[in-house]
Design a protein around this ligand. Structure first.
Ligand code: FE
Ligand code: CA
Length: 510
C-alpha cells in the first residue's frame, strides 16, 4: 500500500495528467510500466501509441503480475516534452485477454509534426515517448531520416545497437523481423557463446510468447529505441518458429501436431506487444500494409511468411530445380497483386519494400553449380521475377531486408546471371542487432565469392543497423556497425556509406 502523501506527490509530479485511484480498497500495483512505451505506423494525421502493463514482467503465466481484470490507463499527447501543450488525452482499458496491452489509435493530428506521449495508471506514470506523424500527402522536399533493424536474439548479445540507433534520433524506424526468438535457453548459441539467458521454455503457448516479449521489452536499450520515434514492424520467422511457412511447421522431425494453434498464440502475442493497428482474427493477422511519407517515399511493409508456399526441396541451402516453378509464391496471390497494384498507382519518389528474407539471387557455391537459400526469395524465384518486373512502374525501387545477420548492399539485376543486364533496383540488408554475436570484419569467402555474385557490392559481418537519409534527389545508406555485442557499451561507427541517385538504381560508394 502506498501512503496518501506518496500519491499526492506523484500527482503533482505528473502535472496535467490527472491520476486517480482505480477503485477504493484495491491493492496498489508496483510500477506497471516496466516494458516501456512505443508508437507506430504513422499516417498524415495519426499514430498508434502503445504500452503494456507488467509489474512482474517475467511471470511464467505471461500475465506480467497483473490481476485478471481490466485496468484503466490514461494517456496524453503533447506538442512539447514537458506536456505544457497537450493536444489529446483519453482513457483506455488494459484488458487481461490482450495481456494488459494498450493500443491508442490517435487521429486528427497535424501532418509532419513531432509529438510526445505518456501513460498513467494507478498512481504510476510511464516514461515519455517521442513520435511523429507522416507528412501531408504531397510533401516531397522534407528529408526523412529512417533507420532499419532486424534480428535481436537476446542471448547473443547486448542490445547496444538499439541504443545507438536511438541516439541517431531517426524520424522513423522499420523493424524487419526476428524481434524475438523462440528458443529455450542455451539451444541456439552464438559462435562466441551466449552472454545472456532467457527465461521460460521454447515458446509454444500464449503464456510463453507473452513472457518472452516481456523479457525482451524489459531491455533498456530496446525501450530507448522505441521511445525515440514511431516504428513500423513486420515479423519474420522467429516471432513464431524457425523457418515456418504459412500453415506448415518447419521441422517435420519434431512433431508439432497443433501448429495452427501455436501460430494463433504467436500472432496474438505479437499484436499485444507491437504498436500496430491490425488485431489478429484467429489464425490470421494481416500485417502487410503501406506507410506513406508524402510523395517522398512509400514503404510497402511485406509479410513473406504467412502466405508463402512451403520451402522447396525440403528447405536448406542446396541445388533445387523446384525453386524455379512458376506458380510458387512467397507473397501469396492477394499480397502480390496488392504490391504490384501499389507499384502501378505509386506517385512516390522512392518505393521501398520492408522485406524479411534475402531478395537477390545469391549463389553460395563456386563454379556453375548454384546452391541457393531456399527459405529466401531464391526459393520463390518466379514470384521474385514478377516483383522485379513491377519495378518498371515505379520511379525508384529499394528493397530493405532482415534475416541474414550481416550487412549487404546489392544491385538488383534484370537478369541475375547476366552481369551486363540492367540494374533495376537496389537491395540493402541490415545486419542484426545481436544475432550471430560479435561477428568480424571478414568477408564470407575470398574475392572469388564476389566474382560468383557480381551484383553483390558490399558485405560486412558486424552487428548494427542501417541509417538512411531520403531526399528527392538521393537515398543515402550508412551501414552502422559495432565492434562487439558480448559486452555492453560498444561505440558505433559507419562501416560504409552508399548513395542511390534518383532514377539511377544501384549503389554508389561514398
Ligand atoms: Fe534472425
Ligand atoms: Ca556457383
Amino acid at each position: 500500500m502506498e501512503s496518501m502523501s506518496t500519491l499526492t506527490r506523484r500527482t503533482l509530479l505528473v502535472g496535467g495528467l490527472a491520476l486517480t485511484a482505480l477503485g477504493a480498497g484495491s491493492a496498489r500495483l508496483v510500477d506497471p510500466f516496466t516494458l516501456g512505451v512505443a508508437s507506430g505506423d504513422p499516417t498524415p494525421d495519426g499514430v498508434v501509441l502503445w504500452t503494456r502493463l507488467a509489474p512482474v514482467p517475467l511471470a511464467e503465466d505471461g500475465m506480467g503480475g497483473m490481476p485478471s481484470r481490466p485496468v484503466e490507463v490514461k494517456w496524453e499527447l503533447a506538442e512539447d516534452e514537458r506536456f505544457r501543450r497537450v493536444v489529446r488525452r483519453g482513457t483506455e482499458w488494459a484488458r487481461p485477454e490482450l495481456g494488459h496491452s494498450v493500443h491508442v489509435d490517435v487521429a486528427g493530428l497535424e501532418s509532419g509534426h513531432e509529438y510526445f506521449y505518456r501513460f498513467a495508471t494507478d498512481g504510476h506514470l510511464s516514461r515519455t515517448g517521442r513520435t511523429r506523424t507522416a507528412p501531408s500527402p504531397w510533401t516531397l522536399t522534407t528529408p526523412l531520416t529512417m533507420a532499419f533493424a532486424s534480428c535481436a536474439q537476446y542471448e547473443h548479445g547486448y542490445f547496444t545497437a538499439y541504443r545507438r540507433l536511438a541516439e541517431d534520433e531517426p524520424d522513423l524506424v522499420l523493424h524487419l523481423g526476428d524481434y524475438q526468438y523462440e528458443y529455450e535457453a542455451g539451444v541456439h548459441v552464438a559462435p562466441n557463446g551466449n552472454v545472456r539467458g532467457v527465461d521460460g521454455p521454447r515458446t509454444t503457448t500464449l503464456a510463453n510468447y507473452r513472457q518472452r516479449y516481456a523479457q525482451y521489452k524489459s531491455d533498456a536499450d530496446l525501450q530507448a529505441a522505441h521511445a525515440v520515434a514511431p516504428w513500423s514492424v513486420v515479423w519474420d520467422d522467429h516471432e513464431v518458429d524457425d523457418n515456418w511457412a504459412g500453415m506448415v511447421y518447419s521441422k517435420p522431425e519434431k512433431p508439432q501436431p497443433d501448429f495452427p494453434r501455436r501460430r494463433t498464440a504467436a500472432f496474438q502475442a505479437y499484436y499485444e506487444n507491437m504498436p500496430i493497428r491490425q488485431a489478429p482474427h484467429g489464425l490470421d493477422l494481416q500485417l502487410y500494409r503501406r506507410i506513406r511519407w508524402g510523395r517522398l517515399a512509400t514503404f510497402h511493409m511485406l509479410d513473406t511468411r504467412q502466405y508463402r508456399d512451403d520451402q522447396p526441396c525440403g528447405d536448406g541451402i542446396k541445388v533445387c530445380d523446384e525453386r524455379l516453378e512458376p506458380q510458387r509464391t512467397i507473397l501469396g496471390p492477394e499480397q502480390e497483386s496488392w504490391l504490384l497494384g501499389g507499384f502501378r498507382d505509386s506517385v512516390a519518389r522512392w518505393d521501398v519494400l520492408g522485406n524479411q528474407v534475402f531478395f537477390s539471387q545469391y549463389d553460395h557455391t563456386r563454379g556453375p553449380v548454384q546452391e541457393t537459400n531456399l527459405d529466401a526469395w531464391d526459393g520463390y524465384a518466379a514470384d521474385r521475377d514478377r516483383v522485379v518486373a513491377g519495378f518498371s512502374s515505379v520511379r525508384n525501387a529499394v528493397v530493405l531486408t532482415g534475416d541474414v545477420h550481416a550487412a549487404w548492399g546489392v544491385d538488383i539485376k534484370e537478369r541475375w546471371d547476366d552481369p551486363s543486364s540492367r540494374t533495376v533496383g537496389t537491395e540493402l540488408a541490415g545486419t542484426s542487432i545481436t544475432s550471430g554475436g560479435d561477428g568480424s570484419e571478414d568477408y564470407p569467402e575470398t574475392p572469388e565469392w564476389f566474382a560468383e555474385n557480381p551484383h553483390i557490392k558490399y558485405f560486412n559481418n558486424r552487428r548494427g543497423y542501417v541509417r538512411t537519409h531520403l531526399t528527392a534527389d538521393g537515398f543515402r545508406a550508412d551501414f552502422r556497425g559495432l565492434d562487439h555485442v558480448s559486452r555492453p557499451g560498444a561505440e558505433v561507427s559507419t562501416k560504409a556509406s552508399f548513395l542511390i541517385e534518383d532514377r539511377v538504381p544501384g549503389l554508389n560508394p561514398l
